[in-house]
Design a protein around this ligand. Structure first.
Ligand code: FAD
Length: 487
């Protein structure tokens, strides 16, 4: 198998296939450690995927900041509230946390682990194109560190080359960009900053303000990642002078500005720059074709407010690896294996997309252009249509996903359910987390919880059932698919 890109998606796919004894080549255009945004993780990545890959202990030893959840200044209530990962915040179980990671270090740990299990990782090697015939993709063309052009062939190619993938169009054509999440982010780092009161001092803090929202991520005692997410219409102004725009946006949000009072901007490389990213929420009409699959940001991405990027990337890559492992073993029909990958990946993407639309809808600020445009009622028919077709379409065979009207109604219900659950927080006894009484929240974390159970107990606590008629279920080690009708 050939994997293009050595980020979290690439490292996950590569390791999970090598663990089953197959030969794997990773081609990565940069030299690690390299900078990447996306520092706030979810528990499913740490206790699920990392454990399945055999790298959880090493990640734990790296000393990353422990994240127990998110703190939000968001919604009706002017006071910040906690989104704790624990079902019972007072009796927090030992896996209801994640980490805030410097991605350069985290990604390098994952890629080194891939090397350790036998993956041939080549850095400074850029993939230029895909080798294919009428039947299937057969390999890639790439250039090595000296610029020499080479070709490599394999049964499967995984495109895990991220948001800037040059080969994703080989599967399912171009991306569909979300209008609802047409945002732009401008972000940089401070050499310190106040921390939230313990035990939430490692939480991500997200604060809504007039023009959008800000993230505040404590990476180390002397390093804080701060980013502003605003409407795409501001792109020209931001790109003209990102550092000035970043400072101005922070100054417009008192909750974040006060945490940074008197703290200097970071000067250490690579945290000395203010960076910009735009147009990041998109999906594709297909995620595989014979011989090639897309995983991680190469496949799809949706807004970062819930820190779902690395989860979706590693989860999608694990699903792809299961299909590839089963395909290489010749166990089941290839179409069935990769349809399973695609159906589950879409389902997970849909849950996060819907959750995030509802989460944006929950914030109320009638005076603000940004927030008025991000109401459920502003999810345009074109976007909903595309969404229903792509996410619930034939490919997934997901019978629970209805038409346009049903999708709109579900978004509205989810938003008011979220609002009610957050409203219950102040009366909580701390024993039960009222947020998990919301079906929307339970659903969005359900697959992550199954991943964690698989990592910790070697399988889910309840017998896994297929997610669709005729579907497959994961093997005990989580690395292949099995047919529940042919045990
Ligand atoms: P990447 O991490 O981008 O890795 C792709 C790799 O492929 C790179 O190393 C690249 O060098 C390599 N590559 C590219 N092209 C080629 C080529 N032609 N040949 C060889 N190699 C190639 N996620 C979270 O979980 N938490 C967050 O808090 C969060 N915040 C975010 C904030 C913003 C503003 C944005 C835009 C995203 C955020 N994300 C967050 C998302 C997160 O950054 C991504 O989802 C995640 O990095 C995806 O991992 P990946 O492995 O798919 O891609």
């Amino acid at each position: 198998m050939i994997v293009v890109g050595g980020g979290p998606a690439g490292a996950t796919a590569a390791t999970a296939v090598a663990l089953r004894g197959h030969r794997v080549l990773v081609l990565e255009q940069q030299t690690f450690p390299r900078y990447q945004i996306g520092e706030s993780l979810l528990p499913s990545t740490v206790h699920g995927v990392c454990r399945i890959l055999g790298v959880e202990d090493e990640v734990a030893r790296a000393g990353f900041k422990v994240k127990r959840g998110g703190t939000f200044r968001w919604g009706r209530n002017r006071d910040p509230w906690q989104f704790s990962f624990a079902l019972s915040p007072r009796l927090a179980d030992p896996t209801s946390f994640a980490y805030q990671v410097e991605r350069s270090r985290f990604d390098a740990i994952l890629l080194d682990n891939a090397r350790r299990v036998g993956v041939d990782v080549r850095e400074n090697c850029r993939v230029k194109g895909v080798l294919a015939d009428e039947e299937r993709v057969r390999g890639v063309s790439w250039s090595g560190p000296g610029g020499e052009l080479r070709e490599a062939r394999a049964r499967y190619v995984v495109d895990a080359s991220g948001n800037g993938s040059r080969i994703h169009t080989e599967v399912g054509g171009s991306r569909t960009y979300s209008d609802f999440f047409r945002n732009i982010a401008v972000f940089g780092y401070f050499a310190g900053g106040k921390r939230l009161p313990k035990p939430n001092d490692g939480n991500i803090f997200c604060a809504a303000f007039d023009e959008g929202w800000l993230w505040y991520i404590p990476l180390r005692d002397d390093l804080t990642s701060v980013g502003a997410v605003v409407s795409r219409e501001n792109a020209a102004g931001i790109q003209q002078d990102p550092a000035a725009a970043w400072r101005r946006l922070i100054d417009s949000c008192p909750e974040v500005r006060d945490l940074l009072d008197g703290v200097p901007q970071a000067t250490e490389v690579p945290y000395d720059q203010v960076r910009v990213r735009k147009d990041w929420s998109y999906w594709k009409s297909r995620l595989w074709r014979p011989g090639m699959v897309l995983a991680g940001d190469a496949a799809c991405f949706v807004d970062p407010v819930l820190s779902s990027g690395v989860h979706l990337a590693t989860y999608g890559a694990l699903l792809a690896a299961r299909s590839i492992n089963s395909g290489l073993a010749g166990a089941l029909d290839e179409g069935r294996l990769f349809d399973e990958f695609e159906a589950r990946y879409r389902q997970e993407y849909r849950l996060f997309y819907e959750f995030l639309v509802s989460f944006y809808d929950m914030h109320q600020d009638e005076r603000s252009y940004f927030w008025k445009a991000r109401k459920v009622t502003n999810v345009g028919a074109t976007e909903l249509e595309a969404f229903v077709e792509l996410v619930g379409g034939l490919a997934s065979g997901d019978a629970t996903f209805g038409g346009l009207g049903e999708a709109g109604a579900r978004l509205t219900t989810a938003s008011s359910e979220l609002d009610t659950a957050v409203g219950r927080l102040p009366d909580s006894d701390g024993l039960r987390n009222p947020l998990f009484e919301s079906a929307t929240i339970r659903q969005v974390f359900q697959e992550g919880a199954v991943l964690q159970e698989r990592g910790i107990f070697g399988g889910p606590l309840e017998e896994e059932t297929p997610v669709r008629p005729g579907g497959l279920v994961a093997s005990e080690d989580g690395l292949t698919w099995t047919d529940p009708d042919r045990p």
